[in-house]
Design a protein. Structure first.
Length: 330
């Protein structure tokens, strides 16, 4: 085993920037060489069935649990190890520091996919000229040219494996998780990324928050424009019930659940008063009701409905025209 101080120094503060750059390049080269050796041994390990003797279902499972890696990383290592004999010049290029193991992974997957049609020379030339990310797509084009039917069949499997899970937590938080085929994913990103741009220098939201807001903005636009199919001869609409104090932003924090800021469907959830006022200032239809036998509508002047700027109505949202769906009720 290597000594800890050899692979994990306490600090590099004493190094110059040039020395840091050179040190990082050296470490990357050492890691690539170790990964090549690891890949070869992993492929040999998969053949021996030693993983089965230890109770694992596959060699990938054994590597995943015992070497602390993901299933994809383990599968990539085995694929690389099995194809090293078919890529001698590629291995030599890694040893000379011309390309990295990331290039080799893409090439090994391509070799598995096209079988006897695999030709190392043209791919190695492209690997030397391109980054691993761009080389991955070059390999995809190569696979399509070498085995069009096989490539199209794999793309069809990706489409069939599309999934989206929507889970509602007890507190009303909604969790999204899923996977899309390349075309579907590209369509989704093309639709939401323009809405996820920063609205200005004052916009300090992270990219993750901006993407989340973009999905909501896109959904609101679809509701407002009438693109959603009707249900029971009515356009889908969002219904929110809130107190007048919350809408005015004067509600105090209380322990009683009857004073919760907002209740909305499909499960109770809290909403910020600025969000409610943003909804009310759009194309909302308002209906007042009394919970205590008082007047059904507030007296004149109690609440002044007015249009609000995006920053004032909902500072967390970008100014992308977020509006309530048609037939909203506050």
């Amino acid at each position: 085993m290597l000594a800890t101080q050899d692979v994990y120094p306490s600090s590099t503060a004493h190094l110059t920037n040039e020395e840091r750059c050179e040190r990082l390049r050296e470490k990357a080269f050492i890691i690539d060489m170790q990964l090549l050796s690891f890949a070869r041994e992993s492929a040999e390990f998969a053949v021996t069935k030693a993983w089965e003797e230890e109770g694992s279902e596959t060699a990938i499972d054994w590597l995943r649990f015992n070497c602390h890696m993901t299933s994809n990383a383990a599968a990539d290592l085995i694929a690389v190890g099995k194809n090293l004999g078919r890529m001698p010049n590629t291995v030599q290029a890694v040893c000379e520091g011309e390309i990295g193991v990331a290039h080799v992974k893409a090439m090994a997957r391509t070799a598995n996919a096209v079988g006897t049609k695999f030709d190392e020379a043209p791919l190695l030339e492209k690997a030397r000229e391109n980054s691993p990310g761009k080389f991955y797509y070059i390999c995809n084009h190569y696979r399509h040219a070498a085995d069009r039917q096989g490539y199209e069949a794999e793309q069809a499997r990706l489409v069939e494996n599309r999934r989206l899970w929507i889970t509602t937590c007890d507190d009303g938080t909604v969790l999204l998780s899923g996977s899309f085929d390349p075309e579907g994913g590209a369509t989704l990103r093309t639709a939401i990324e323009p809405l996820a741009r920063k609205s200005g220098a004052h916009d300090h939201r992270s990219r993750e928050k901006r993407l989340g807001d973009a999905v909501v903005d896109l959904s609101m636009h679809a509701l407002d424009s009438g693109l959603i199919p009707q249900q029971a001869t009515q356009r889908p609409h969002l219904m929110v019930t809130t107190s007048l104090e919350t809408l005015r932003g004067t509600a105090r924090r209380r322990l009683s659940s009857s004073f919760a800021p907002c209740r909305s469907r499909p499960r109770p959830s809290s909403a910020w008063h600025a969000t409610l006022r943003s909804l009310a200032s759009c194309s909302a239809r308002t209906r007042w009701s009394s919970m205590s036998g008082g007047p059904s509508e507030p007296s004149p002047g109690r609440l002044a409905k007015r249009s609000m700027s995006a920053t004032e109505a909902a500072p967390g949202r970008a100014a992308s025209g977020r509006r309530a769906g048609a037939q909203d009720t506050i």
